[in-house]
Design a protein around this ligand. Structure first.
Ligand code: PEP
Length: 251
């Protein structure tokens, strides 16, 4: 059975002190609650070890926002999948549209990152999604399909089974413009059919597909009520407990 997941993407926000305080406040707020979803926070690299200490034994899980496409060596400034895993993180966001747009991450590079993440027992939260021009041109389905095919469809069944997908229409990220629940459901169902065609019903039905793009306390319930929307990847609204908690509780 697939899991419901609400994952926060802190992006390049919060000092170490602010980040550890937010993690502490979140785990305190969730303490004693019965949740219908897993809760993950994806912090900047430098926060990982400290936040892992803060949330140890709590309901909150930890992820990074990226990892290198090489195992180790002379890659100044990079952080490997093994390093991320060694902090205690269980997840890593890969292929976020900001990484694709600003840092030239292609599906070929992402394929390597996914492989290394899996080799280090990290669960990739793999982001896919079209830009506004592609939606307006009606090519959004084929764009999303090619992102999945090129980066993920080389994986054996056992490995694909470990992937979490996040559909994030780029025009909805940080813009306050959310996809309608119908648009989200339509694309999520298309993604699941694409997985069925490659890996069959069993794996497709087990794959969690999250929605990302200006999700918030007001729209989360309606988005999550769709049969193929298994949670959210949350940017801006993950930066305070006040905004994040109602999204977690929308399940
Ligand atoms: C994101 O960056 O993954 C995201 C969904 O951001 P926001 O919620 O701010 O649109």
């Amino acid at each position: 059975m697939r899991k419901n997941i609400v994952a926060g993407n802190w992006k390049m926000n919060k000092t170490l002190q602010e980040g550890t305080a937010l993690a502490r406040d979140l785990q305190t707020a969730l303490h004693g609650k019965t949740l219908q979803c897993e809760v993950v926070i994806c912090t900047p690299f430098i926060h990982l070890t400290s936040v892992a200490g803060v949330i140890a034994g709590s309901k909150v899980q930890l992820g990074a926002q990226n990892c290198a496409d090489h195992v180790s060596g002379a890659y100044t400034g990079e952080v490997s999948a093994a390093m991320v895993a060694s902090t205690g993180a269980q997840y890593v966001i890969l292929g976020h549209s900001e990484r694709r747009a600003y840092y030239g991450e292609t599906n070929a590079i992402l394929k390597e990152k996914v492989k290394l993440a899996l080799e280090n027992n990290l669960t990739p939260i793999f982001c896919i999604g079209e830009v506004l021009g592609e939606r307006e041109a009606g090519t959004h389905f084929e764009i999303v399909k090619s992102q999945i095919e090129e980066a993920l469809f080389g994986l054996p069944e056992d490995d694909f089974h470990k992937i979490v997908l996040a559909y994030e229409p780029v025009w909805a990220i940080g813009t306050g413009k959310t996809a309608t629940p119908a648009q989200a459901q339509e694309m999520h169902a298309f993604i699941r059919r694409t997985i069925i065609d490659k890996y069959g019903d069993g794996i497709a039905n087990d794959t969690s597909i999250l929605y990302g793009g200006s999700a918030n306390a007001d729209n989360a319930k309606e988005l999550f009520s769709n049969p193929d929307v298994d949670g959210g990847l949350i940017g801006g609204a993950s930066l305070s407990v006040e905004k994040f908690l109602p999204i977690v509780e929308a399940f």
